[in-house]
Each structure stands twice: as C-alpha cells, then as structure tokens.
Design a protein around this ligand. Sequence first.
Ligand code: NAD
Length: 339
Amino acid sequence: MDRLRIAIVGVGFMGQFHAQCLAGVDAATLSAVVETDEARGRETAARYGARYFADVESVLATDAADAFIVVLPDTLHEDVTCTLLRAGKPVLLEKPMAHTLATARTMAAAEQEGGGRLLVAQILRFDPRYVQAAEAVRAGRIGEPIHASSGRFTVRDIGTRMNGTSSVRFYLGVHDIDALQWISGAEVTRVYARAVRKLMPSLGIVSEDAIFATCEMNNGAAGQLYFGWTLPSDIPTGIWARTEVIGSKGVIDLDVRDHGLRVLANGAWSLPDGLHWPTVNGRIMGDLYEEQRHFVEAVRSRRPFVISVTEAMRAVAVNDAIWCSVESGVSETVPDWRT
Ligand SMILES: NC(=O)c1ccc[n+]([C@@H]2O[C@H](COP(=O)([O-])OP(=O)(O)OC[C@H]3O[C@@H](n4cnc5c(N)ncnc54)[C@H](O)[C@@H]3O)[C@@H](O)[C@H]2O)c1
C-alpha cells in the first residue's frame, strides 16, 4: 500500500515536533503543511519536501493529503477539525479535544456526519509507564483503588508564551484528567476546584498559575488533580509529573520527573527527555512516535484507535466542571458526556 499522505495543520512549537517525527514514520509521508504564518509554513514545508497551504480547504480541494494532524492552539481546534471530519478525513488532533463539552459534542457529531475518524492525541496513552500502570490496576494487582492523584507542573515560560490564550486545564490538565480516570478505572463525577493567580498576573499575563481539584469518583474512591505553569525557568526538568493510585492490596507510584539520564554542565543539572519525544540517531522516538505510528497503522488497516472519541469527551467534561467550580467556589457535578 502507498504511504499515507499527511498534512500537518499548525507548525508552531508542537507542530515542529510532529513534522520531524513524521519524517521517521515509514508508512507515512508529510505531503502538506497548513500554517497561517506563511514564512514559517513555507520554510517547514520546504524542509520536508511538502507543499505549503494557507488553509485546509485548499488541501481538500487539491486532494493533497489522505489524513491530517491538527496542532492548532487549544481554543482553535473546533472549526478546522469539523471541516476535515465532515470531509471524511482521518484526523489526529492534539489534546485537548475541545475547550468546552459543547464544542466536543459538535466535533463528535461531525465525525458521525462525514465518516472521518478522530484520534485525540492523549499522548500518555502511548507512554509505556502510564500504559503499564493502567494495566497493573486493570489486572487487579493493587486490589480496589481507594484514592488516586495525578498532576503536572511545567516551567512558567510556557504560561508566559501562551500569554492568556490557553489555560493550565487545557495545556496541562487534560493529560492528568484522562490519566486519573483511565489508570484508576473510575470516573470523576464531582469536583471542587480552586485556582491560584499570583505569578502570571505579576508578569502581566491574564491566566491562572495553577489549579487544584478534589474529585469524587464513581467507585467511591477519592481523586486529586493538580496542574500549573509555575516552575522556575532553571529547574532541571520541564515536566514535573506524578501519578499515584493507592489500592486495597498495593500501590502505583509513577514519577516522570527523571528519565534516568542526568547531565551536570556549567554547574547545573539537567534531566533530558528520554521518553516523550527524544531524538535518537536523528529520528524522534518515544511516545510521540508511537502515537503517530498507531494513527497511521489504524487508518491504513481500518482498526479502532486506542482512545475513543467518547473517552476523550469524558476528560473535556471534567474540565468543564473544574472551571465551573473555580468560578462558583462550590463543588460541581461533571456533566453527562455520553449524551
Ligand atoms: N502532547 C503534548 O504533550 C503537547 C505539548 C505541547 C502542545 N500540545 C498541544 O499542541 C497544540 C499546539 O500547541 P503549540 O504550543 O504548538 O502552539 P503554538 O502557538 O506554538 O503553535 C500553533 C501554530 O498554529 C498556527 N495557526 C494558528 N491558527 C491557524 C490556522 N487557522 N491555520 C493554520 N495554522 C494556524 C500558528 O501560527 C502557530 O504556528 C495545542 O493544542 C497544545 O495543547 C501538546
């Protein structure tokens, strides 16, 4: 079978990693780059021998791609993804699926209408540490989960780069909202969430610094979520993430602050990424590669994706409840994401 021709929509920070990674996926080729910043889009397209387009409609009109990877800013996912799904195209969409549950519903309907297929890029679903944690719980190795927590902090530079255009709940939180429910095997039904706003406002940025949420789970367990862009710029690791599940017979303790390599240089330690998208012999490997490889193989073989659209909507629904609780100051019920 011919290589799957893929267009990447948005080649900013994360889109550049997607483009570089795709160059190492044997069954696919980067055929088109769609980017509103024309200079950036043309430069990236030229680097990979792809065509440049200013919008996805032009890619569809010229049949320049079989499938799409959408890497647009968090609140711009809806229109482009719906256009592609209605055109019947497979889409790998960067997380979060959507910034509201209502938006996610529109996207799910577009998938049904057009026959396109949507894989939401919940990258931890391709991380061997998180996958093994979920499998250990599923196999009953720690007994019945009693309480669980999942969270991540990143450097404040991400918050200043976002400059009020996103939220810690979209850029960071949706990873842990999915991980908490997927790994513990339970659903968040109610949340009480508080936001901290000290650092970002002091830097002139209209954004929360961090969000903390206490969760009721549908199996009677207690859950905790936390995420923020508060770490100092010179911290040795960019992602400071933990996930823990305490069960009746055992414990899951996932600590991804350190990937096993420590480099001391110029008097400071760094802990380089060894798992998310490390470059190995000139190719991007790790979770991102596995995510793209899965997308390409599942599209070519018409097999199901590892995460369904309904499951991705579950994380969006919890995010809605978290924001309602931040604003109302009281606990809020997670809206029904199945209907
Ligand atoms: N999986 C992960 O770990 C991870 C990490 C970082 C970012 N992300 C996600 O990736 C997405 C992109 O984040 P980012 O940090 O790369 O953002 P970014 O702002 O750096 O890049 C977005 C790009 O999209 C372009 N763009 C904007 N509107 C466009 C349009 N209508 N058509 C074409 N191009 C358009 C911008 O010019 C920019 O180049 C977000 O959804 C984010 O949550 C995921």
